[in-house]
Design a protein around this ligand. Structure first.
Ligand SMILES: C[S@@+](CC[C@H](N)C(=O)[O-])C[C@H]1O[C@@H](n2cnc3c(N)ncnc32)[C@H](O)[C@@H]1O
Length: 299
């Protein structure tokens, strides 16, 4: 959905506006964005991942319309201040992990390849997945696996993790999940949900998303747009609910006096949940669960 996201983000051709690619990754979207901007257009590229930011800096040397920032999009106000921008014309968030993060076993995101149990998107972050799993209480681990992984065997898996400590490698976590699930799921193991949960916890993903959406929307100019691509239901629920509060009139009890502006809709829908076509999923199986939503600021 790369083309669709850029079409929604930049409705007029040759725009000389300022845009934020809040999740640069390897710059697929940023390159496409640069290709539709005019000579005075500007792209502020943000990523938590140092390797992604190194690539963004390299692109910024080739194309001076792009400037790179390291850190979370939840700190968008600080990033904008640093580069001397206040309000922007559009923000793109393509959430989740990049292909290089998943494919590099040293990053510890993949349960199908053994590697250090790291899972930090920001390599300068202090807590790895191993640090947390080897220290947290069984209750905290169970709560995270249940809430962020929606895993029905969260308690058994949490007990198994605590019994198997210390965990150092992704293979140790896979083995602990398998032991935890074994008694309940007739020998079928699946570490997907536990890996997702631990990754969300280590990277503070949902908290960052909530703050990034609010602060990002406040940084938009009137008529500015925000486009978000989510990859699982927990992310998409947050985006959907936030966009709903912007695009619907607030429910105000009758006879409660409020200021006129507070009773108005603050954004219009640009795109409701848009999913990739079958061809795109065949070309890129990782796109299967993607959901794109976009709104435009009205007030
Ligand atoms: C799906 S990839 C983006 C791919 C990119 N659109 C491209 O075309 O190459 C997601 C990227 O977002 C980054 N990321 C995730 N959460 C972030 C956050 N809160 N702040 C900044 N970057 C984040 C990840 O490090 C990863 O590089």
């Amino acid at each position: 959905m790369c083309s669709e996201s850029i079409d929604f983000l930049v409705p007029e051709s040759e725009s000389n506006g300022t845009y934020v690619d809040a999740t640069f990754g390897r710059g697929g979207h940023a390159r496409k964005l640069l290709s539709v901007l005019g000579p005075n257009g500007r792209v502020i590229a943000i990523d938590k991942d140092i390797e992604a930011v190194t690539e963004a800096r390299r692109l910024g040397v080739e194309d001076h319309r792009l400037v790179a920032c390291h850190g979370s999009f939840s700190d968008i106000h600080d990033h904008l201040k640093t580069v001397g921008a206040e309000h922007v014309d559009g923000i793109l968030m393509d959430l989740g992990m990049s292909s290089p993060q998943i494919d590099d076993s040293d990053r510890g995101f993949s349960f199908s390849k053994d590697g250090p149990l790291d899972m930090r998107m920001d390599q300068t972050g202090s807590m790895t997945a191993a640090d947390w799993l080897n220290d947290a209480s069984v209750e905290d681990i169970s709560e995270v696996i249940n809430r962020y992984g929606e895993e029905r065997y969260s308690k058994r898996i949490a007990h198994s993790i605590v019994n198997e400590r210390p965990l150092r490698r992704t293979a140790d976590l896979v083995a602990a999940v398998a032991k935890g699930q074994a008694r309940s799921s007739r020998g079928k193991h699946d570490a997907t949900r536990t890996f997702q949960a631990v990754r969300i916890k280590i990277n503070n993903e949902l908290v960052d998303l909530e703050k990034g959406l609010i602060d990002g929307f406040n940084a938009l100019k009137i008529s500015g747009r925000i486009v978000v691509i989510a990859f699982h239901s927990l992310e998409d629920r947050i985006v959907k609910r936030f966009f709903r509060t912007l695009t619907h009139k607030p429910a105000i009890p009758r006879r409660i006096p409020i200021r006129y502006e507070k009773s108005k809709i603050s954004a219009g829908v640009v795109s409701k949940a848009l999913r990739p076509t079958r061809e795109e999923c065949e070309r890129n199986p990782r796109a299967r669960s993607a959901v794109l939503r976009a709104v435009e600021r009205l007030l």
